[in-house]
Design a binder for this molecule. Structure first.
Ligand code: DGL
Length: 274
């Protein structure tokens, strides 16, 4: 048994897709969340910058004595896959758990992947899918406008702005006849209703945040590191820029008022080196 908190980070709101699942499947755990809102987006940056930012994010979470670090960010998981080896606690990114779920879901072995430009350029999901099953054909599409849309609150399913953008990005994937689509950036499930309507009911959507939360739960269980079930859940959220925008959007997404639980931190005070 381990009552230390679970640490989760992302460049902004996207990692909340993992938090939402943790609320359901590990309701007694304490969670420390860091959203790097001062430096979002990560997905258009160089490998060196993404690694530097991710090391600082991890250093911050370690300063909170977490028992596991969840890189709830497709971009970090794709570009900086080795970071888990640098730290003394459990670690998972999103790519392997998500690829596994997609490989089990596909029936026609045609899987689409949407992600940030850095994620798609890295080929991480393609490699992970083909390591599981060489027969899977992978069709990839980067969707660089999705993260700014979500961060600026353009995510309601009746909003024509994200719908138009999504129609443009998803059209080629529809033509490829995929039956499974990996939402390989943790921000994208926030646009799930729009993506689902465009892709149609025959395409299974795989949510990288949700799959990674379940994977982390199994990791903790297998290490006997889940918390005591009498523990009361507690959530603290930290951001690297104004707290207001994040608090509002996060409260809507998590369907609970977390405004009092969000604090600013100076992420530059945390080490960039392993
Ligand atoms: N949510 C992140 C991801 O999964 C980061 C997106 C970004 O900052 O560009 O890729």
């Amino acid at each position: 048994m381990d009552n230390r908190p679970i640490g989760i980070f992302d460049s902004g709101l996207g990692g909340l897709t993992a938090v939402r699942e943790i609320l359901q499947i590990m309701p007694h755990e304490q969670v420390v969340y860091f959203g790097d809102t001062g430096r979002v987006p990560y997905g258009t940056r160089s490998r060196e910058t993404i690694i530097k930012y991710a090391r600082q994010d991890i250093a911050f979470l370690l300063s909170k004595q977490v028992k596991i670090v969840i890189a709830a960010c497709g971009t970090v998981s794709s570009v900086a896959a080795g970071l888990g080896q640098e730290i003394p606690v459990l670690y998972t990114g999103v790519v392997e758990p998500t690829a596994l779920a997609a490989s089990l879901a596909t029936r026609n072995q045609r899987v689409g992947v949407i992600g940030t430009s850095a994620t798609i350029q890295s080929g991480s999901y393609r490699r992970a899918l083909n390591a599981l099953n060489l027969d899977i054909q992978v069709f990839e599409q980067d969707c660089p406008l999705f993260v700014p849309l979500v961060e600026h609150g353009f995510s309601r399913k009746d909003d024509p702005v994200p719908r138009l953008v999504a129609e443009r990005y998803l059209a080629p994937l529809k033509e490829h006849g995929i039956d499974t689509l990996i939402m390989g950036c943790t921000h994208y499930p926030i646009l799930r209703d729009i993506i689902a309507q465009i892709m149609g009911k025959d395409v299974t959507l795989i949510d990288s945040g949700r799959e990674t939360a379940s994977f982390a739960s199994e990791m903790l269980r297998s290490q006997n590191a889940l918390c005591d079930e009498t523990q009361t859940a507690a959530y603290s959220f930290f951001v690297s820029d104004r707290v207001e925008g994040f608090s509002k959007a996060a409260s809507v997404f998590l369907e609970q008022n977390i405004v009092q639980d969000v604090q600013y931190i100076n992420i530059d005070a945390f080490a960039k080196d392993p």
